[in-house]
Design a protein around this ligand. Sequence first.
Ligand SMILES: [Cu+2]
Length: 167
Amino acid sequence: MRGVHAEAVAPAIAIAALLAGCARGPAAGGSAPYVPRAREVTLTTVPLLVKEAQTPYPFLKADFAKGGVLEGKEVYAFSPSTVTVVQGDTIHFTFINPEDDLHSFVLPGFAVSLPGQTTTHATYVARTAGIYAFTCNIAAHLPMMWGQLLVLAPGAVAAGGGETGHP
Ligand SMILES: [Cu+2]
């Protein structure tokens, strides 16, 4: 009789412990908290509508001329132009600038010069959730050359989440 009683009590304790564990977990389904990680991110600076492109695109001659829609400007992009991480993550950036023009990568409190035909490495810690614009600060490349760093709040991803499959 005593043995039967003990067997009945043990599962009850286990269930209570499970319920308590769920109650302590984050709001999203009781999964474990997110653990910040390092992420490798490669960004390439890409020429789009630039002076050199006037041969294949003759319409650009008028655009770059005085009074044209691209007077004093050239259109470049960061590829990719959106980077998503989770608060606390460390980003190991690799910047590839394949052309002969200087670019830069600028976030609030973080600026990296990107010389032409050079690969540049830099590390950034995403300390605060939010949406941050990054730009190239070369005047002729603004306001077109920019992108967004999305830093998710830890509660937005489960412990096993946040795997982006970045190559
Ligand atoms: Cu630039």
